[in-house]
Ligand binder design. Structure first.
Ligand code: AFP
Length: 334
């Protein structure tokens, strides 16, 4: 067994060395995110022992009831990042407006966006949750406004997520492939364990919340119907279904063994035709999935090409094995 373990810090420093104008700022920023995620991992792991489970009895900007951990993890992210001098501003799924850098700290050339605890409805039943983050570049020395944040996903310089599951794992891309790191709790470091992750192009596994079936549009009805017909149907093979109700866990499964994830448009609630947020969920996941050889679409357009209209905008999301996503898109075109 090799004793030469590559830490996340070493991996990023070596990757940045190859870039002509890298100043080290990005490496430090990423390290701060890593520190925050280690703290979150610790809280999630301790759970009820430290009284962090259950509802906070408040609502976030989306009108969703917040868990205690939604608030705690948001504070951890903000406090780990606001003093560094590397960010010009932040935005969180849990907070209505932008999160400014306190005046006593210098401002930097990046913007950070995050969903501090994705899948938080899983927390009280001890299932996987995660943190998702996205980094954009920003003009230096400015006080960013909403427009500075509303950029296409294709402009992200980095995206990642941490999955707090049986192991705590960070999955990361800076636009040069996707790598996975496992937190070694004994030494407190993320270690490279899944180099150059690639999604198989074909799959026979789908993930969708089937309880919404009657509200979907015809192309999605058709795709799922064909999967359910199995060997006897047009696809000529049986499909398996999984739904963790935690995007990080569903995406991680797809990165490791393939599959397709759909949270499509539906007409269940006319005020909320789509569920997932472009800035905190769809864009970072789309960047990761594409870098791993998969595809990501709304059914009508590539997610990374969308110019967001608001920091809390929601969009339909279809991602995973390339051939399957292309098939679903072709049903939308038809
Ligand atoms: P929560 O953070 O409110 O649990 O939402 C999780 C999520 O945004 C995403 O992680 C899941 O894929 C999806 O919602 C689950 O949606 P359903 O509640 O419809 O299963």
């Amino acid at each position: 067994m090799s004793t030469n373990k590559v830490t996340l810090t070493q991996f990023i420093i070596e990757q940045q060395r190859g870039l002509p104008d890298a100043s080290g700022t990005f490496t430090i920023l990423l390290n701060n995110i890593v520190t925050a995620c280690k703290q979150i991992s610790h809280k999630v792991n301790r759970g009820q022992l430290i009284d962090v489970l259950g509802s906070a009895e408040s609502e976030n900007v989306q009108g969703e009831v917040q868990k205690k951990l939604d608030i705690i993890t948001n504070d951890i992210m903000v406090n780990a990042l606001n003093w560094t001098g590397h960010l010009a501003g932040m935005a969180s799924e849990e907070i209505d407006g932008l999160i400014p850098i306190p005046p006593e700290y210098p401002k930097g050339k990046y913007l950070a966006l995050f969903d501090p605890l994705d899948g938080s409805s899983n927390i009280d039943i001890n299932l996987a949750v995660g943190t998702i983050f996205s980094i954009l570049r920003c003009r230096e020395g400015i006080e960013p406004d909403i427009e500075d944040f509303l950029r296409k996903g294709a402009e992200q310089v980095c995206a990642g997520f941490v999955l707090y599951g049986p192991s705590t794992m960070m999955v990361l891309t800076t636009g040069h492939g996707v790598n996975g790191f496992t937190l070694d709790q004994d030494i407190g470091e993320f270690i490279l364990t899944h180099a150059n992750m690639k999604i198989p192009e074909e799959t026979s596994e789908f993930a969708i919340n089937m309880s919404n079936q009657r509200f979907w549009e015809p192309p999605v009805q058709r795709y799922i119907d064909e999967c359910l017909q199995g060997k006897e149907g047009i696809r000529g093979k049986d499909f398996n279904m999984r739904w963790v109700a935690s995007l990080v866990a569903d995406v991680y499964r797809i990165l490791t063994r393939g599959g397709v994830f759909l949270y499509p448009l539906d007409n269940k609630d006319p005020k909320k035709p789509a569920k997932l947020r472009i800035m905190y969920e769809a864009n970072p996941m789309a960047f990761i999935i594409e870098q791993a050889g998969g595809a990501c679409s709304t059914g009508r357009e590539r997610v990374l090409d969308i110019k967001p209209s608001g920091i809390h905008q929601r969009i339909p999301l279809i991602l995973g094995s390339k051939n399957e996503v292309e098939r679903i898109v072709s049903y939308h075109v038809e």
